[in-house]
Design a protein around this ligand. Structure first.
Ligand code: PFF
Length: 433
């Protein structure tokens, strides 16, 4: 337990921290490969529509819950109604399952930073990737190192740890991303890469793509697992929630599109198929980066920016479960961080081994790694978001009036929260499954 509830020291720190949470592996790794697999521009349009129309409401809703109850996810739902405490725990379970695959990717990133920085660049990345990711110890140890690097910040606290990390890493990330995008735009594959991203092919349309786009919209904004409730609980009293939500959505989308602009010209320059899937960023991209001039420099920049984005998200993932453990079990932040890190370390072993010893172990036709990714993003996040909207809309008295007043936005928010967003999400979830 903390004696006094911490607060972000400024509005800008709050915005940077939420952007740090939102911008992550989801933008740099997941977004480009899903977009590649789902037809490029058409996916982008669906994704943008879902983000603008349907994710702003649950995002505002989580921030409002955080600001109103000023506590962690489990305690917040418990205070709304004791009956909903289990749901708070479901959010925490989701946020414990996500790092099990997320931190494995974090470990891979560390490995790639090392090979580019030391100029030990392999000739064949397909062999290299399958070589190291299929081992027993290397992926486990790397994800453990990534976990430890992440855990330092929630351990040190909101201002001294989380806020500082975001305020330092996010600006460096932004500069590196811009440098890489400009570099990619000088390559010969630019025209084709941009056409793939922005020229839709309507023949590619199918309904499961909408669920994938929705899952991505929720995942990328860190919605549906209490992370924004937790970060919202540290916000200053006079923070404008709607403005903050739109700022966050704007920057998160900008980063995802810039990541596409950075990756697809490189992909098309070498005539690689953009549908390479989950390995796009770890096999196809580094293979091509290695062939370009200044490979060690641009390869290092790419993987370091990737690392900053992943660790700032990882921090918010951990902080969500840490703050719940602290309040629910009345333990110190330090103890809660250590306990959570141990749980995640144990749970992530099966995902880290999913490319080697456990590669034939399948759940619903997917490896453990792919199953965790699918089950959290495409099932748990939409499901949790539906419940968050319904609970906030129907069980918190006049949530919209108190926060947004009797304005046009307030009325629209109320209708969206109670009816439209849950119905659309239920439909998309069922159709997609
Ligand atoms: N939004 C992050 C990303 O796009 O990589 C992922 C994430 C962060 C998920 C925080 C969950 C969370 F609590």
């Amino acid at each position: 337990m903390e004696k006094e509830k911490p607060q972000w020291s400024s509005h800008i720190s709050f915005i940077i921290a939420t952007i740090g949470s939102a911008v992550g592996v989801g933008n740099i790794w997941r977004f480009p490969y899903i977009m590649g697999e789902n037809g490029g521009a058409l996916f982008l349009i669906t994704y943008l529509a879902l983000i603008v129309l349907f994710s702003v409401v649950p995002l505002c809703c989580e921030l409002v819950i955080g600001k109103t109850y000023r506590t962690d996810a489990v305690s917040a739902f418990e205070q709304i109604n004791k009956k909903f405490k289990w749901f708070g725990w479901l959010c925490v379970l989701t946020v414990i399952l996500i790092p099990c695959f997320y931190f494995v990717v974090g470990g891979w990133i560390l490995n790639y930073i090392w090979i580019f920085l030391t100029n030990n660049i392999p000739n064949n990345f397909t062999n290299y990737f399958s070589g190291f990711s299929s081992q027993v110890f290397v992926p486990c140890i790397l994800s453990l190192i990534f976990l430890l690097m992440t855990a330092v910040f929630p351990y040190r606290g909101v201002n001294k740890g989380i806020e500082k990390a975001n305020n330092i890493m996010m600006p460096i990330f932004a500069v590196m991303l811009i440098v890489m995008a400009i570099y990619a735009l000088t390559l010969p594959g630019t025209k084709e890469g941009l056409a793939f991203m922005f020229k839709p092919d309507f023949s590619e349309f199918d309904t499961s793509m909408i669920l994938t786009a929705l899952g991505q919209a929720l995942f990328t904004l860190s919605i549906g697992m209490g992370a924004m409730i937790t970060y919202g609980s540290y916000m200053k009293e006079n923070t404008n929630i709607v403005k903050s939500a739109y700022t966050l959505i704007f920057f998160d989308t900008l980063v995802a599109i810039t990541a596409g602009i950075m990756i697809f010209p490189i992909v098309f320059t070498f005539g690689v198929k953009p549908t390479a899937g989950a390995t796009l960023v770890f096999i196809s991209l580094p293979e091509m980066l290695a062939k370009l001039p200044f490979a060690p420099v641009f390869g290092s920049i790419f993987f370091i920016l990737f690392f900053f984005s992943a660790i700032t998200s990882g921090i918010s993932i951990l902080e969500t479960s840490v703050s719940s453990f602290m309040n629910q079990f009345k333990i110190t932040r330090q103890k809660a961080t250590i306990i959570n890190a141990i749980i995640i370390a144990i749970f992530s072993i099966p995902a880290a081994l999913a490319f080697g010893p456990l590669k034939d172990f399948k759940i619903l036709d997917r490896t453990i790694f792919a199953f965790l990714d699918y089950a959290t993003s495409n099932i748990l996040l939409p499901f949790n978001t539906i419940l968050i909207c319904l609970i906030a809309g129907w069980c918190i008295k006049s949530l919209w009036k108190t926060n947004f007043g009797e304005t046009f936005f307030g009325y629209m928010f109320n209708i969206m929260l109670k009816f439209i967003v849950p119905l659309v999400l239920i439909f998309v979830l069922l159709a997609g499954i």
